[in-house]
Design a protein around this ligand. Structure first.
Ligand SMILES: Nc1ncnc2c1ncn2[C@@H]1O[C@H](COP(=O)(O)OP(=O)(O)OP(=O)(O)O)[C@@H](O)[C@H]1O
Ligand SMILES: [Zn+2]
Length: 811
């Protein structure tokens, strides 16, 4: 066989911020020899398989680093990515030729290829897996399949007698000519078909006779085609905004300065050499160009982003904005489209709610260099932008930036690394920074920017803690039923807002009606058979639903285990809340926003529009409404149960609770009237709740950091979560036990390894789950050890072993 397996490079001990990627042996001259040229490719379907192929002469002009190609491999044709161009191969036998190209231009920029290697190395995942993740499926599978339309033009006017004949014998043809004439001599086929459904057939004789001509034009599937954006003007920055803005601009210029010599001379043949140069310069020490913008809710972080981006565009550079999927609301996109309305075509939006076609077209808009601003969720960090000036990660603390399946990357951390590779500034923004980022700022790795006040002298909302234990004792929680949904204080506050025609948001992070159904006689809870969790009642459909796997069943009338009839529902979700609120305030106009009610396309957008237009008094919702919304008339926020997040068995439970409360509270009082927030809890004295009451981030962070230090949790260590799962409980457990014993041998010094335990979600999708938590300051060393042990372990066929570096969920 003429293919050569590559040398695999063991992951070196590095921190997140040491760049460096495995390089193939030796340096390669940039000036490629005449004649034979060789491409080293990464096979897309096989882990770590790097092979050399000859570039056939006819493809020579089209192949560069990052080009996707089809190559022969074991009697098959497989997709691969060119990762290097070589003069000669270290394998001496006759090499096979590249068969064909996929797409007309390289799909991976040199920067993205470097990033892929970094991710592969840091998260210990095969690079081919990363490369696959970097391209949206529609782009990977059907690249450059654009929609086209026929553009028809009137070529010459038929003389009047012919035209008259046409009217008599072929009136449809005549109509088409008339239509073209009245339309300035041209129209698209789809326009004509709207009036004449058979237009495709009717134009044929016209084309043949030469009266009209036809050419194919590309039609973009634009998700915002029907939207209009009212232009917005930059606001005069507040003093705090100004300080932050200047710091960001300094970082942008500092990075642009270093990048200039690298970015400009990139052309096909020289890319390899330049990639090498870029690598050298990144390893030099430079001041931090990652900035952490800690700005309280409503302090105007978005305005700082917008003005910085405007400058980046003026410098001829591009910008990437990451937003958590959930806050990628129409309002967010609107704010960007409105500010850059003259260049609104230069904005590409990438997120999971686009159709495949839309995503394909938006991606190519970036790839072809037409998009200068990309806004998107987690995976947009891989947008093929070049010449980047700034990467923004909004709400950088959001756990949804972490991908839950391989490659399990954290988009914020990947953004920081991409910034280094692309020589651009990185701006992380949040009202409640993650402790990791706060610590990096404290250590001087990031530059810290503070915005402590809301704009226009608006004050932070008043936060009131409602002790639901007391309410229960007093019997004052909702009088109509004993459900504990609305405390009397919250109820009075809602009544007050209804009277004043101000708006209310009620927040509860649980869908459904009742969250459990259990037997009074034996105490058994009705659980999903595939997942070890109670099923939730969805009353509208009268079904019990599993929120993990989606399984549905008709609620049983007798206990499935003891066959007694006394079944009792407990716990409440948003559906139940809606019913309760409607009972108490029958006159109020309200909407519920969760994944059950927001199924129709544009439904969320329309509901939020109605709320903004004050056609609704109360919005009830899950985390879909917790973040980023800016409605000036909202003066009351009710957090119905602050304890759901607190009770998660995760070392970040308190941090999550604090962040959630501050964020939700931040939706209140953004207009002229001061806001008020009611937080209903059974744990009023927990630090997360007490500190959030005064939006005391620093106070909270300091005490939490003390705690993390004492127990050696992040940011003082890195965590790796090793899991084994499978249909057979004992096999899964045994596998993890074995793994545990092997990991113990030669465990790197300073590693803390827990005991193998069932995961808190002990069964999901029919699979039993066991896990093992390891912590170390030296993540690379620990990962190398884990990889060695796992690679040397024979695992039963239906048991899956995986590991997650820097996991965001350890439950
Ligand atoms: N310099 C300014 N002058 C006047 N109003 C401003 C200024 N900057 C921002 N605003 C307004 O203040 C409000 C809050 O700004 P923005 O939504 O950007 O805050 P934020 O910090 O992103 O908040 P959050 O973290 O809560 O999403 C917006 O309505 C915005 O238009
Ligand atoms: Zn289930």
């Amino acid at each position: 066989m003429s293919d050569r397996p590559a040398n695999s490079t063991p992951p070196a001990a590095q921190s997140l911020f040491d760049l460096g990627m495995p390089s193939a042996e030796g340096e390669h001259s940039p000036a490629l020899a005449e004649g034979q040229r060789i491409a080293r490719v990464q096979i897309e379907t096989a882990a770590a398989l790097e092979l050399d192929y000859v570039i056939p002469e006819k493809l020579e002009r089209h192949i560069g680093i990052g080009t996707r190609v089809m190559v022969p491999l074991q009697n098959q044709r497989v997709a691969a990515v060119v990762i290097e161009l070589l003069e000669s191969s270290s394998y001496n036998a006759r090499l096979k030729e590249i068969a064909s190209l996929v797409g007309t231009r390289p799909m991976f920029t040199p920067g993205l290829l470097k990033l892929a290697h970094w991710i592969s190395d840091y998260y210990v995942v095969p690079v081919n897996r990363v490369l696959r993740t970097m391209l949206p499926q529609a782009v990977r599978e059907k690249p450059e399949t654009f929609l086209t339309d026929s553009h028809l033009k009137l070529a010459k006017e038929p003389p009047p007698d012919i035209f008259e004949k046409m009217h008599a014998n072929a009136p449809m043809q005549a109509r088409i000519l008339e239509k073209l004439r009245s339309n300035g001599g041209e129209a698209t086929l789809s326009e004509l078909r709207r009036e004449l459904p058979r237009a495709t057939a009717i134009i044929k004789p016209l084309l043949k006779a030469g009266w009209i001509t036809r050419s194919e034009v590309r039609v973009e599937r634009d998700p915002f085609q029907t939207e209009e954006f009212l232009p917005s003007q930059p606001l005069t920055l507040t003093e705090e905004q100004q300080v932050a803005y200047v710091a960001v601009m300094k970082a942008i210029h500092r990075e642009a300065g270093t990048a200039a010599s690298v970015g400009e001379s990139v052309e096909a043949g020289k890319i390899a050499a330049i990639a090498g140069q870029a690598e050298r310069s990144t390893s030099e020490q430079r001041p931090p160009s990652t900035l952490l913008l800690h700005g309280v809710t409503g302090s105007g972080k978005t305005e700082v982003y917008l003005q910085a981006i405007a400058q980046v565009l003026d410098m001829g550079k591009t910008a990437l904005v990451l937003v958590p999927e959930i806050s990628l609301t129409p309002q967010t996109i609107e704010r960007f489209k409105a500010r850059f309305s003259e260049k609104s075509d230069a904005i590409a939006v990438l997120h999971s709610h686009l159709s495949d076609g839309e995503r394909h077209d938006e991606w190519f808009k970036v790839h072809e260099g037409r998009a200068k601003i990309v806004i998107g969720a987690r995976s947009a960090i891989f947008a093929p932008l070049e010449n980047m000036g700034l990467i923004i990660v909004d709400e950088e603390h959001e756990p949804s930036y972490k991908q839950e399946d391989a490659p399990r990357y954290h988009a914020r951390d990947v953004a920081v690394v991409r910034g280094r590779i692309e020589h651009c500034a990185v701006l992380l923004g949040s009202a409640t920074p993650s402790l990791e980022s706060f610590q990096n700022a404290t250590l001087g790795k990031y530059e810290l920017l503070n915005m402590t006040r809301r704009t226009d002298g608006k004050s932070m909302p008043l936060i009131r803690i409602v002790d639901m234990r007391l309410e229960r004792r007093k019997g004052t929680e909702v009088s109509f039923t004993n459900t504990g949904i609305l405390s009397q204080r919250l109820r009075m506050a809602i009544q007050d807002r209804l009277t004043k025609k101000e708006q209310t948001i009620l927040f509860l992070n649980r869908r459904g009606f009742n969250t459990s159904l259990s037997c009074v006689a034996c105490g058994e809870t009705v659980q999903c058979q595939e997942c070890a969790i109670p099923m939730t009642l969805h009353k509208k459909d009268n079904r019990l639903v599993c929120h993990i796997c989606g399984a549905r069943r008709v609620p049983p009338s007798k206990c499935p285990s003891c066959k007694e009839p006394g079944l009792k529902y407990a716990g409440f979700g948003t559906e139940r809340v809606e019913q309760a609120v409607r009972e108490v305030f029958p006159q109020a106009r309200m909407a519920r926003v969760d994944t059950d009610t927001m199924q129709r396309k544009n439904q969320l957008r329309d509901t939020l529009k109605d709320f903004r237009a004050q056609k609704l008094d109360i919005l009830i919702g899950t985390q879909m409404i917790a973040k980023g919304l800016d409605f000036p008339n909202v003066t009351l926020v009710g957090v119905l149960n602050a304890d759901t997040a607190l009770n998660i068995p995760d070392f970040r439970a308190a941090e999550r609770t604090f962040q959630l409360l501050v964020q939700v509270a931040g939706r209140s009082g953004r207009g002229e009237v001061k806001g008020e927030v009611f937080v209903q809890t059974h744990a009023p004295h927990s630090p997360a709740i007490q500190f959030s009451r005064h939006t005391d981030y620093d106070g909270y962070a300091l005490q939490e950091l003390e705690h993390r230090l004492a127990f050696k949790y992040p940011p003082y260590t890195h965590v790796v979560l090793v899991s084994a799962r499978g249909k057979h409980e004992t096999q899964a457990e045994f596998t993890l036990q074995t793994l545990y014993k092997r990991l113990e041998q030669g465990l790197p010094a300073g590693t803390i390894m827990g005991e193998p335990t069932p995961a808190s979600l002990a069964k999901a999708h029919g699979q039993h789950r066991f896990q093992l938590l390891l912590r170390s300051e030296k993540i690379r060393v620990l990962c190398a050890h884990i990889k060695r042990v796992v690679d040397g372990l024979t695992v039963p066929a239906d048991i899956y072993v995986s590991w997650d570096v820097d996991p965001m969920n350890v439950g």
